[in-house]
Design a protein around this ligand. Sequence first.
Ligand code: GUN
Length: 292
Amino acid sequence: MTILDGKKVSNDIKNEIAAEVDKMKAAGEKVPHLAAIIVGNDGASLTYVGSKVRACERVGFESTLVKMPETTSELELLKKIKELNEDDNIDGFIVQLPLPPQIDTQKVLLTVDPSKDVDGFHPENFGKMALDMSTFIPATPFGILELLQRYDVDTKGKHTVVIGRSHIVGRPMSILMSRKGWPGNSTVTLTHSNTKNIAQITTQADIIISALGVPNFLKAEMVKDDVVIIDVGITRVEDANHPKGYVITGDVDFENVSKKASYITPVPGGVGPMTIAMLLKNTLLAREQRKV
Ligand code: GUN
């Protein structure tokens, strides 16, 4: 069994990006600048955005964090997005999801300039991805592809089962794993909350990508021997013994499933760090594209 070490690979990627930034600086060029908008005080979202900003510092990017109150109106947020669209100093930006209920997420995503949409959530970019055109691939799916590639995991002709149909992970992942190319070329089954008898499907999978958000959902008896496991789950589970009062728990019963798997991502230290590294990669791409 091989651990797909997202922490290590993401560090390698950050070092590669930092080297690119050094070259840009040496050439007297502007370095990439990522902005992040966060609305409200959700603890997990604040943690993620904080990690994204710290990662920018680590590779030499400029970063801007825009914090808006929980009561922000849709109009106020759209105004801020338009400001960032027009700000020549900003190469790419993200609006951290989820948003408070008074704000229509689809309207927000449609307002982001596609050339600055480093999350790859705008319908123009999502459509390009589905059509195999060059674009920003959403960071989590992009990170999973990169992990499979760097560990030389064979995906051609394999049966990939994706659990969860979110716009951020499950849906794009199902499209990417069925694309011609590598990683890809696999036969994909997209399962979700209305799927009947899911164990009957997961036991046929060569590769399982779980983005459900239910701690320890995937048990050993639900997988076959030598399965490749990608665990996207990051749920905070209360734990009085931990200094933070919680532990981050994946969708997969790691202790038992890992005994059957050929490759498996840990939680934490698997997909999570890859997401951040690929957001940086998209931002670098956005900067390079704005020069031409
Ligand atoms: N919320 C959970 N994942 C993501 C992500 O990748 N990007 C944004 N903007 N919000 C998220």
